[in-house]
Design a protein around this ligand. Structure first.
Ligand SMILES: Cc1cc2nc3c(=O)[nH]c(=O)nc-3n(C[C@H](O)[C@H](O)[C@H](O)COP(=O)(O)OP(=O)(O)OC[C@H]3O[C@@H](n4cnc5c(N)ncnc54)[C@H](O)[C@@H]3O)c2cc1C
Length: 356
């Protein structure tokens, strides 16, 4: 049913998807509340957004191609996070540009990079020329290329600030919701943004929300990367004041998330070959966190109506690229709800949900 100006929306989940949806309603002047579970354990307590490094990158390095709809996402995300900075009075603190220095693993990869540039492949617009002039602390015998339009969003700051703003206006509540709760009385619509907390409910409809485990280290180091994020197998992202994030591990379908010794070793071992030994040996690990990424079966988000539940919508499955694809996806869902604009088929959950 189309939404009207007297409707009140319930958004469940105050991670990245919940915030992006709340922002869409805020811009339209629609009345809403956000609920987030206060559980201390189990899937409801997982917050991928709290632990994520918040990086965005329009290039998929594995096959050296552009990410699906890269330019559309890049434009929407820049606009969204900068508007949120303004709204939350966080100018210059949320959205950061940090070009990615892709260290070539071998000469074939270097040739591929060159071929993409020479062929004017669609990804070429996101790539710089090859360089051999490495920052002195980085080892890159086959050279490297740079993705200039990359960076990171300070997600922990975003959720903390957005929640405080909602609390001040009486719009945030620590409450649980699931399918069995149905539509609480004062609300006309629900937008379900529960991340992996929604896995069980959606499984009953045939929609898979996988829990993909990831770990990240925070490191203090004197390493100088000229402000760039260094990428080869894993990535090292500078966060200022000699602090770096080193991530991330990836393990499919894990239900309980904990930082592990194995995860820590995997990250350090991947980084060692590309960092000068005198610098590598001076790392100090100051934090080690883990979380579960809510992922779809086809690596595209889910945004749309939930079958058989009246006026209930889902935004989920943001996977490894929530920062990059989240703003466009939330915007498509808002246009669908408020303007009856059809959803792009590749994000609509109907592509999987069983007809009952
Ligand atoms: C280690 C790691 C590194 C990552 N790095 C990056 C990165 O660099 N760049 C990037 O783009 N993405 C990254 N991601 C992925 C990114 O974190 C996710 O795409 C995004 O945060 C998902 O947001 P979400 O709101 O859907 O889920 P979540 O952040 O998990 O939020 C879901 C919220 O719903 C609440 N909830 C759950 N169940 C209930 C219930 N029944 N009732 C009420 N509330 C409930 C939870 O408490 C939680 O707050 C990373 C993820 C991990 C784990």
């Amino acid at each position: 049913m189309p939404s009207s100006s007297t409707d009140t929306f319930l958004i469940v989940g105050s991670g990245l998807s919940g915030i992006l949806m709340a922002w869409e309603l805020e811009k339209r002047g629609v009345d809403y509340e956000v609920w987030n579970s206060g559980a201390k354990s189990g899937p409801e307590s997982n917050s991928a957004t709290k632990v994520a490094a918040g990086m965005f990158n329009p290039v998929s390095f594995k096959r050296l191609v552009e990410v699906w709809n890269a330019q559309e996402h890049l434009n929407a995300m820049r606009e969204t996070y900068q508007s949120l900075e303004h709204f939350l009075n966080l100018q210059g603190e949320l959205f950061h540009i940090a070009p990615i220095m892709r260290v070539f693993p071998n000469s074939q990869y270097r040739d591929l990079w060159l071929k993409r540039l020479n062929d004017s492949h669609p990804v070429a617009g996101f790539l710089s020329e090859i360089s051999d002039e490495c920052p002195k602390d980085v080892i890159a015998p086959h050279g490297f290329g740079v993705v200039p339009e990359a960076g990171w969003v300070n997600l922990p700051l975003l959720i903390k600030s957005f929640r405080s703003n909602l609390e001040l206006r009486g719009k945030f509540f620590e409450k649980h919701w699931d399918f069995s709760t149905q539509m609480p009385l004062k609300f006309s619509h629900v937008i379900d943004c529960r991340g992996v907390g929604a896995t069980q409910d959606f499984a009953s409809l045939g929609l898979k929300i996988a829990s993909d485990h990831g770990e990240i280290l925070t490191i203090q180091s004197p390493i100088n990367t000229n402000g760039m994020c260094v990428n080869r197998v894993k990535w090292l992202l500078p966060r200022g004041n000699s602090t770096f994030k080193l991530g991330a591990t990836y393990k499919w379908n894990v239900t309980k998330s904990e930082p592990t010794e194995a995860g820590c070793s995997e990250l350090l071992l991947a980084l060692q070959p590309i960092i000068a030994p005198n610098v590598f040996n001076n790392f100090e690990i100051t934090d080690h966190v883990s979380g579960l990424r809510p992922a779809s079966s086809d690596r595209r988000p889910y945004a749309g109506p939930v079958n058989n539940l009246k006026n209930t919508y889902i935004l989920n499955g943001l996977g490894t690229r929530g920062v990059f694809v989240g703003p466009t996806t939330a915007s498509h869902l808002a246009h669908f709800i408020f303007d009856q604009t059809p959803l792009p088929a590749d994000i609509c959950p109907a592509r999987f949900i069983k007809k009952q």
